[in-house]
Design a protein around this ligand. Structure first.
Ligand code: ATP
Ligand code: MG
Length: 321
């Protein structure tokens, strides 16, 4: 049984005279122990998917799906109060801009404890400190960091602190949304090592949202390629990166200087994301695809099983893989 099962997830944002269809027909199983990299350009719907799963969409956003289960339990049709009981406890999320969430004039532990109490009012101070100390040790943060003010911690230390906070109630699944993005390369490398240690030590399952395919290559076991709100390819990270079946995946890999098999520098993918308030009828990548067929304009390819992975492309396997 998958730890997280998502079937036909659609997430829309209502605007004055239109709707942004930010995530469309997203279907994916995440198994226990997987470290899934969710990758896509800015605006592809990564955070929307995460927020939808955690029920923290803004007021104009809403999610529809046929199934969402966590550990076999229906988490789609339960009430908000039921859902609140499992947020942080079974599934948590850590954001990129951790620092800005904290007040600069109060010490870190007090603010973290307030957040902990908001989720589980019965948590004792000593218990919280004990749990945090254990987590901080794994991510190489000194105990005294809890008594500091936010500005006394570097960006990397702050991210480690926020990740520790997100793990305080031992959730099985943690969603990390661009937690390494604002960090320099060395700090990013350290944080990735620490995340690996946390995964091992606490048996975590991770959804790692990033737009850096290098980070996915370094950390993840699986990769989900998101483009303009649709899942285009999913599978084992090495298979997908080194033998992409979807032309968008291939372009994404080639745009990364370290992963490009032909060498060379950073190359962008010409063109822009389609209008999400009026997505095209056919393949979502049609406009920018260098391998497209006539049928791709009118006909949307299904996500299908192919060589042990999932791919959405009529030509999957013909040009690569
Ligand atoms: P990034 O890499 O920049 O974080 P992302 O993949 O996380 O991008 P989202 O933030 O999920 O992308 O945005 C997906 C789409 O939804 C974008 O077109 C965005 O403009 C739109 N969107 C996000 N939030 C809202 C909102 N509150 N109202 C309307 N549209 C929104
Ligand atoms: Mg985002």
């Amino acid at each position: 049984m998958p730890l997280l099962q998502m079937k036909n997830v659609n997430i829309n944002y209502r605007l004055k005279n239109r709707q942004v269809r930010a995530v469309r027909d997203f279907t994916l199983d995440i198994n226990e122990g997987d470290i899934v990299g969710v990758i896509g350009e800015s605006g592809s719907g990564k955070s929307t998917l995460a927020h939808g799963l955690m029920r923290i969409l803004p007021g104009n956003g809403y999610l529809e799906a046929s199934t969402i289960t966590l550990n076999g339990k229906d988490i789609l049709n339960i009430s908000d109060s039921e859902f609140r009981k499992l947020r942080w406890v079974e599934m948590s999320i850590v954001f990129q801009k951790a620092m800005s969430a904290l007040s600069p004039v109060h010490k870190i532990f007090g603010q973290m404890y307030d957040a902990i109490l908001a989720h589980k009012p019965e948590t004792g101070k000593e218990e919280a400190i004990k749990k945090l100390e254990k987590l901080l040790a794994v991510v190489n943060l000194p105990r005294k960091a809890l008594d500091m003010y936010p500005h006394e911690l570097s960006g990397g230390m702050m991210q480690r602190m926020m990740i520790s906070l997100g793990l305080i109630f031992n959730p099985k699944l943690v969603i990390l949304d661009e937690v390494t993005t604002a960090l320099d390369v060395i700090t990013q490398g350290q944080l990735l090592d620490e995340i690996k240690r946390l995964v091992k030590e606490f048996g975590l399952t991770v959804m790692m949202i990033t737009h850096d395919i290098g980070v996915v290559n370094e950390l993840c076991t699986k990769i989900a390629i998101l483009y303009a709100g649709e899942l285009l390819e999913y599978g084992d990270v090495k298979d997908v990166i080194f033998k992409p079946l979807n032309p968008y995946t291939k372009a994404l890999v080639e745009s990364h200087p370290d992963l490009n098999p032909h060498g060379g520098g950073l190359r962008g993918i010409p063109g822009t994301l389609p209008d999400l308030s009026n997505p095209p009828e056919g393949c979502i990548f049609y406009d920018r695809c260098t391998c497209r067929l006539d049928r791709c304009r009118e006909e949307k390819p299904e996500l299908r099983d192919f060589n042990n992975r999932k791919v959405k492309c009529f030509k999957a396997g013909e040009f690569n893989g």
